[in-house]
Design a protein around this ligand. Structure first.
Ligand code: BYC
Length: 310
């Protein structure tokens, strides 16, 4: 056991990868299952706010783009559930835990999508925040998660660009379209900052996750990176970020910004966000409606394995 622990510690210290066949401490495995499952659930629940606009897209082109993006999210969920399964858990159990409220998904998906500008703003801000958070995860110490993240990040970059392109088109449109974009930015800015998790002083998992090379930066470091990246993009777009305290700090070579409403973040995590109940009810319904597909696939697989055995 000591030898196994030593070999694990050496692998982490040398910044190398842990693979499913390797011994790992139980706490490391549990942390990964928690984070990867939460990430997978976020991708799947994240299909709902955008799916809401699929039948009301303003043109065939916009519909095709949105459809491709929502399908990509499903794919991301599948890669991530597969990565979690290499840690000895079962996707069906993870899904049960999600719909019973025993596992989390990102707070951001508990907010409603009220206009088509929200599709652009989700691409720009939500995928932008996801990219900031996820690019360092491509170097995570657990091999299957790191490899899944490489492909996911490539697709997220396309998602971010499509959102920004949609907003540019709207900003070149009518006054009403520009107002719609600004109203959407006002609603999504603060929840996007919450995606990075609680401030470092209140983040129980960061220190250990960084020691294991799962997380490479703290929540506040990534939030700062996102603000610095987004301020010039907002200027180029011609929208105002709803935070009067945003200004360049010469000394820090970074933007200062206002305090996130952590009371709201905690309430959303506790289930009191505007759409928590709706998101879980919808996911539960989809899971129940899909029972016959799972049963048919299992019956087919059993028949095939009987054929092979015969
Ligand atoms: N929402 O100690 P902490 C996407 C929880 S993007 C809900 O800092 P950790 C997509 C946290 O789980 C979104 N819960 O935790 C984009 C912990 O509770 P538990 C998905 C949150 O894990 C566009 C507690 O608060 N991305 O998928 O070190 C379209 C204390 O936090 C949140 C990922 O999941 C939150 N925002 O750091 C479609 C990225 N923040 O578990 C889809 C991978 C914190 O102890 N995950 N909590 O009960 C991570 O990088 C990290 O897990 C986090 C949190 C930075 C999110």
């Amino acid at each position: 056991m000591d030898d196994l622990q030593t070999r694990f510690d050496e692998t982490i210290a040398a910044d190398q990868r842990i693979e499913p066949r390797d011994w790992m401490p139980e706490a490391y495995r549990k942390t990964l299952v928690r984070q990867i499952a939460q990430h997978a659930h976020s991708e799947i629940i994240g299909m709902q706010p955008e799916g809401n606009w699929l039948l009301r897209a303003p043109s065939l082109r916009r519909k095709a783009i949105l459809l491709a993006k929502v399908q990509d999210e499903a794919g991301h969920g599948m890669y991530l559930y597969s990565a979690a399964e290499t840690l000895g858990v079962d996707r069906a159990d993870l899904t049960e835990m999600l719909i019973e409220g025993r596992q989390r998904y990102s707070s951001i998906f508990n907010y409603p999508t009220l206009s088509y500008a929200d599709i652009g703003v989700i691409g720009w801000l939500v995928d932008g925040a996801a990219i900031c958070n996820q690019v360092p995860l491509c170097r995570c110490s657990y091999g299957p998660y790191a490899r899944a993240m490489i492909r996911i990040c490539k697709e997220e970059s396309f998602h971010q660009r499509q959102g920004y392109e949609l907003l540019l088109a709207m900003m070149r449109g009518t006054d009403a379209q520009r107002a719609m974009v600004q109203e959407s930015v006002d609603r999504w800015w603060w929840p996007s900052l919450m995606m990075f998790g609680p401030p470092d002083g209140d983040s129980p998992n960061t220190q250990q996750s960084m020691a294991w090379n799962i997380k490479r930066h703290t929540n506040d470091e990534l939030r700062q990176r996102f603000v610095d990246m987004t301020v010039p993009q907002a200027e180029a777009l011609g929208v105002t970020l709803p935070d009067p305290e945003i200004r360049w700090n010469e000394e820090r070579q970074a933007h200062d910004y206002g305090e996130v409403d952590w009371t709201e973040f905690k309430a959303v995590l506790a289930g009191a966000g505007p759409c928590n109940a709706q998101r879980i009810a919808h996911r539960r319904r989809a899971h129940e409606n899909g029972a016959w597909v799972r049963e048919a696939a299992t019956a087919y697989a059993e028949k095939q394995s009987r054929k092979v055995a015969a």
